[in-house]
Write a new protein. Structure first.
Length: 379
């Protein structure tokens, strides 16, 4: 009897040891020497008024977050350094010089030699090419830097774009894999759209391309983008952004339908909600139980409230579609954004991925500044 009890006790101890313990809540969103950025929270006070000082605070938040990530981490990501280098260079005339540590870090991640990349698969059998996310973000960030800072496509940007196309699927798309912040690069269309943006941003690169093999890959990407498999309404309204970068790929009737869809989802308070644009299971080819529980247990799960990312993106999409900034829909969205900025300079948003660091707040802040700049609201 004693030996049986001992075996049962030992087994229970092993089981307990194998059960993962909940991770402690982080103290800082970003932390490095001289930089401490607190975790974003919903109860952070809002600004008394949106003005030059609050814009400066937002710019500092973006700079601090990106610099901290570069100094403390070893990756290019879609939630901090990726958004920083894709959006911050265009804002240099309004916010001042972007931090060059970020572009130097991106350059360090460009492979010394472009090699063939073989397709792989997840445990569930989902086929994709390794580092597709990283190659797209790296290429887009470097291309935007060249566009707004150097004025010409650099050798490292050229090499990065070539490496990116080594990770293109046979169908022509760039395939999403692994869970990331909803809605940032969760579908194949969104990731492929960012790749398309990269090749159009690189100054003179596309028009001067003479490599027939690479040109064929670009033609394949365009063919896929003309008639992609759209996962949700988020993909459908993103067709407006594709029309901005590659107008010939989106018929006028489709643009009009996308604008109608986007307008129909504006809330009474003037904002938009990311979660209105997709059923939970349609964000990604695979949704973990953790993410599903996180989203379905949010206080506003039944009727999602407006959020900063989707409100800003809706404004960006309309401005890129030549809707004037004076349009009532845009003006209501601007008013919502201005009143929702927090005293740290950030625009708070609940993470729909892990619910701890709330990196979507960083993404939302990038997008909010872009939206306000496109409307002439940043002086």
């Amino acid at each position: 009897m004693k030996s049986a009890l001992f075996i049962l006790l030992a087994a229970s101890l092993v089981s307990a040891a194998e059960t993962p313990k909940p991770k402690p809540k982080p103290e800082f969103q970003y932390k490095s020497a001289g930089i401490e950025v607190s975790i974003p929270t919903a109860d952070e006070p809002r600004v008394a008024a949106f003005n030059a000082a609050t814009v400066k605070a937002a710019a500092k938040y973006l700079d601090d977050g990106a610099v901290s990530w570069v100094r403390e981490k070893s990756c290019i990501n879609c939630h901090t350094t990726g958004p920083y280098l894709t959006e911050r260079p265009a804002l240099i005339p309004l916010l001042g010089q972007a931090n060059e540590e970020i572009v130097a870090d991106f350059i360090d991640f460009v492979p010394k030699e472009v090699k063939e990349v073989k397709e792989t698969a997840t445990k569930s059998g989902h086929k994709h090419y390794p580092a597709a996310f990283t190659s797209v973000w790296r290429s887009l960030g470097l291309a935007e830097w060249d566009k707004h800072v150097t004025g010409k496509t650099s050798e490292h940007t050229e090499k990065s774009l070539r490496d990116m196309f080594e990770r293109q699927s046979a169908a022509g798309a760039f395939v999403s894999h692994g869970e990331v912040e909803i809605p940032h690069i969760t579908t194949d269309f969104e990731l492929s759209l960012q790749a398309a943006r990269a090749i159009t941003a690189a100054p003179g690169w596309l028009s001067g391309l003479k490599d027939e093999k690479l040109a064929a890959k670009i033609a394949k990407l365009k063919a896929w983008l003309r008639q992609p498999v759209l996962k949700n309404d988020f993909d459908r309204v993103l067709r407006l952004q594709l029309a901005h970068y590659m107008p010939d790929l989106v018929p006028p009737a489709e643009r009009d339908a996308a604008l109608t869809l986007l307008s129909s989802k504006q809330h009474a308070d003037g904002g938009w909600s990311t979660r209105d644009f997709s059923a939970l299971n349609d964000w990604h080819f695979e949704i973990s139980d953790y993410v599903r529980d996180l989203i379905t247990n949010l206080p506003d799960a039944a009727k999602p409230e407006s959020d900063a990312y989707m409100t800003a993106l809706a404004i960006v999409l309309m401005r890129q579609s030549d809707i004037p900034a004076t349009d009532k829909r845009i003006q209501r969205g601007i008013a919502w954004l201005k009143q929702e900025q927090r005293v740290s300079g950030r625009w708070w948003m609940q993470s729909l991925y892990r619910g701890n660091y709330h990196y979507i707040t960083y993404i939302a802040t990038c997008e909010a500044l872009k939206a306000l700049a496109l409307c002439g609201e940043i002086k």
